[in-house]
Design a protein around this ligand. Structure first.
Ligand code: SF4
Ligand code: SF4
Length: 264
């Protein structure tokens, strides 16, 4: 990209896999029903999308690679990080992980990323401390962040807010400011739309697209039809984050702690 960007998008999310090691109730990414994020290899779709955005004069301040759980797809994660790092459209490359399968983190990945964010669903500070110590040993230049979740918005409650209610939800939507998503060759204003297969609500990223057209899509005054049925912005009571159907979380946590302590 030459000269100043004509459009800055602060955050863009890219799923490298639909699979996850956890099975959180009310998963905002609809695991295990999340569709495949790319039609072909993830890195091919990402190259194509970032090339279109770069040629349109777009700059992405932070591109987050996530899942599902990104470390379950190490080859795709590494390939996408290489693509993002090489793209003039991307400033910061971030990986978001639940931290429970660290052995899926390719060694070659760490020099490519600026930040690793731990979405921590464990009950204490041990996993976060173990990750902090691990990164300090092997990649001190990578910024470490831990995200602790408060209450989640319910994702799978059936609602019909009506046309006006859907518009109000869209106008006030938190996700539109934080979860612009690139998926299956399209740009979406939030992650819910692609994860619920509302591909018709995404902007196809094709050669010749302009920054004005992309901006118009992200700032469109009219809500997508799907907002009418969005429980995440329906003002419903929050739900407990990260609740599992079994004891996988403590088991994975124990294995992760061992791996993080032993790996140099
Ligand atoms: S860690 Fe939980 S919330 Fe995150 S993608 Fe996996 S199942 Fe969903
Ligand atoms: S579908 Fe829900 S999360 Fe997405 S823009 Fe509409 S109100 Fe926001």
């Amino acid at each position: 990209m030459s000269g100043a960007p004509t459009l800055v998008i602060p955050e863009v999310e890219v799923s490298v896999t639909a699979a996850c090691s956890l099975a959180c109730a009310q998963c905002g990414f609809f695991v295990p029903d999340q569709p495949r994020p790319f039609d072909g290899p993830a890195q091919d779709g990402l190259i194509q999308a970032l090339t279109v955005l770069e040629q349109a004069g777009v700059r992405i301040t932070s591109l987050a690679l996530l899942g599902g759980e990104a470390t379950l797809a190490p080859a795709a994660l590494l390939a996408c990080a290489q693509v993002a790092r090489a793209s003039p459209a991307v400033e910061r490359v971030e990986v978001v992980t639940n931290g429970l399968t660290p052995k899926g983190l390719p060694a070659a990945l760490l020099p490519l990323i600026d930040r690793l964010s731990l979405s921590d669903y464990t009950a204490d500070d041990e996993l976060a401390s173990a990750w902090a110590r691990f990164l300090e040993r092997v990649a001190p230049e990578v910024e470490f962040r831990r995200r602790r979740h408060g209450q989640w918005d319910p994702v799978d409650t059936l609602v019909d807010l009506g046309v006006e209610g859907g518009q109000r939800a869209y106008d006030a939507c938190w996700y539109r400011r934080h979860c612009v998503t690139l998926e299956r060759g399209r740009l979406f204003v939030c992650s819910r739309l692609p994860k619920r297969r509302h591909d018709e609500a995404g902007l196809p990223l094709r050669a010749g697209l302009t920054a004005d057209r992309i901006s118009a899509h992200l700032q469109a005054p009219a809500a997508p039809t799907a907002c009418r049925f969005c429980s995440q912005m329906a003002g419903l009571p929050g739900v407990v984050p990260g609740r599992q159907p079994d004891d996988r979380l403590p088991k994975l946590r124990a294995r992760a702690l061992t791996w993080l302590a032993q790996t140099r």
